[in-house]
Write a protein that binds this ligand. Sequence first.
Ligand code: C5P
Length: 219
Amino acid sequence: MSGALAGKRVLVSAGPTFEDIDPVRFVGNRSSGKMGFAVAAAARDLGAEVVLVAGPVQLDTPDGVQRIDVRSAAQMHAAVLEALPVDVYIGAAAVADFTPRRVSEHKLKKTVGSDTLVLELVRTPDILAEVAVHPRRPALVVGFAAETHEVERYARGKLANKRLDLIAANLVGAAGSGFECDDNALTVYWDGGERRLGPAAKTEVAARLVDLVAERLQA
Ligand code: C5P
């Protein structure tokens, strides 16, 4: 197949993760998965072989993309590491940062006389940071940063701390951008450069992002 990513294997993680508290409740992130699914489809359009690790989302699998469904951060972590080696990893998932220390086997009950419930949460593995220092590190590791303020400062901090090649940042809460909507606007930062993508439909922004990924892969 022709295209700027022909012959490349691209791994995308998308959607939220749900961390179970008991058989009927979970802690999760607000994420529709639309941006990650659009990125997977756009990479396929450039000729890549695409593996998509998806958290719990209500979206159809893009044609020609291999999808692996997961629920929790631990499952996403295992599925992503299992998919290595790849040429490019794009971590577009809204991974829960914390998970309950233990999952209750039975539904938690409201106890008479108590108005509070204390949930003990523990950190989940940082999948992106781990892939970026893995012995089978992809040639290009791309992260997302959803920020509510000081976008460039926090995004560039994550670029350096997580040892990424590119970070795609968006301002959450801004109109026409971010979670659960069809449009997005990103600024992508790398060491020595930046590029604004959008505002436009997530499919359009995803296409421009994978164009940039193909360019940086050559650089
Ligand atoms: O540090 P922060 O969570 O804001 O970084 C966001 C980026 O890190 C996203 O690309 C997200 O997919 C990734 N991430 C991860 N594993 C985590 C937390 C975040 O891969 N446990």
